[in-house]
Design a protein around this ligand. Sequence first.
Ligand code: 9YT
Length: 136
Amino acid sequence: MIVRTLEESEECGRKIISPDGNWDSTRLLLKDDNMGFSFHITTIYEGADFQMHYKNHLESVYCISGNGEVEILADGKKYPIKPGTIYILDKHDKHILRAFSEMKMACVFNPPLNGTEVHNKEGAYEVEADPLTVAS
Ligand code: 9YT
């Protein structure tokens, strides 16, 4: 069994601050834990308004506190986010996240992150090639 606290995870280098100034995220569970998913507590800063496109990952995001909205670019639909809301990006949906107040989110990624990822220009995380599946 693995037991960690948010506080100790923040102090031991698991907290990543996004260079775009929109969020920070403490990655409590990562690829090297071998669970098949990663689990993060993410803070979206008040006023953040940014686009993401997780082409290489599936993500679920549960709102613990704060208010905002998520807009799906394919159809322009906007969904309010408040404590208790989960949004599930099951189709690698290109989306915009807006925080009307600071939001605390619990996020799960499949495949799991290795821990150091920040968004590329497309708002995606790169995936490392799995050495077991690379042809020799
Ligand atoms: C809600 C969201 O996806 N925010 C971006 C950061 C991400 N949750 C992460 O890397 O932990």
